[in-house]
Design a binder for this molecule. Structure first.
Ligand SMILES: Nc1ncnc2c1ncn2[C@@H]1O[C@H](COP(=O)(O)OP(=O)(O)O)[C@@H](O)[C@H]1O
Ligand SMILES: [Mg+2]
Length: 242
């Protein structure tokens, strides 16, 4: 069976700085991959390359059958298959939670209002916010806003979800409610790649943990093995985090 996401020997530099130095990994359908590592190790860049927000100099990336490195890549089709959620939620402040979630399905996919509203309410329910549909972002906590951002992404019915440190700006309690949403998605079979500092979460939810260091995959191991790294560097990094 072919992988949903496949990176093969990916190289990426910003000017003289090598940021991805021969990165290869695959994500199967329904799999959860957690990327961990020090700041600057290339995690965000890897996610951005997968969604074609960055170009690569060498190697190949295939996502849901889209060949990212091809000149003929249809970015619009790619981005309908791939949802990405960042640390900053960037909701439209003048739109309600429901309107934020409905926006892309109506504007990009041109689906009708009624259908979009039903879809939007369904997606809000999936992140536990059915009753907040009419609230504006400023009336919601950071954790709730981030869950709306996840619902907004789900409304495009992606085949893969990318999460880049989506809980890093949240306090521990709000972090917990967002992690729970991601855990539910994983249990429902969503294919996910997530960058996180939450070691316990990675250990519990990730099929595979990838430890990035200096633009390389320094160590890759099953999430369940995260307490027993093979390399001294990952041992140091995990340290007291578990
Ligand atoms: N747009 C950019 N222009 C120049 N350098 C960048 C850019 N984006 C990231 N970098 C550099 O690439 C390296 C890896 O960054 P990043 O992928 O964001 O790491 P991480 O997410 O692991 O913290 C860092 O040294 C960062 O400064
Ligand atoms: Mg980053």
């Amino acid at each position: 069976m072919s992988a949903v996401v496949k990176l093969a020997n990916v190289h990426k530099s910003f000017g003289p700085v090598k940021v991805l130095d021969g990165v290869s990994f695959e994500v199967g359908r329904g799999e959860v991959v957690a990327m961990i590592g020090q700041s600057g190790s290339g995690k965000s860049t890897a996610l951005r390359c997968i969604n074609a927000l960055e170009t690569i100099e060498e190697g190949a990336i295939e996502v849901c059958g889209h060949r990212i490195h091809d000149d003929t890549l249809d970015k619009r089709a790619l981005r309908q298959d791939v949802g990405i959620v960042f640390q900053s939620y960037n909701l439209f402040p003048h739109l309600t939670a429901l309107q934020n979630v409905m926006l892309a399905p109506t504007c990009v996919k041109k689906i009708g209002r009624k259908e979009a509203e039903a879809l939007g309410r369904d997606c809000l329910a999936r992140v536990g916010l059915a009753e907040k549909a009419g609230h504006y972002p400023e009336q919601l906590s950071g954790g709730q806003q981030q869950r709306v951002a996840i619902a907004r992404s789900l409304a495009m019915r992606p085949k893969v979800m990318l999460f880049d440190e989506v809980t890093s700006a949240l306090d521990p309690q709000l972090t917990g409610e967002v992690l729970k949403v991601m855990e539910d998605l994983a249990r429902d079979g969503m294919t996910m790649i997530l960058v996180t500092h939450e070691m316990g979460f990675a250990r519990r939810v990730a099929n595979t943990v990838i430890y990035m260091r200096q633009g390389r995959i320094w160590e890759s191991l099953p999430g369940s093995e995260l307490a027993n790294p093979q390399t001294a560097e990952l041992r140091d990094f995990v340290g007291s985090g578990l």
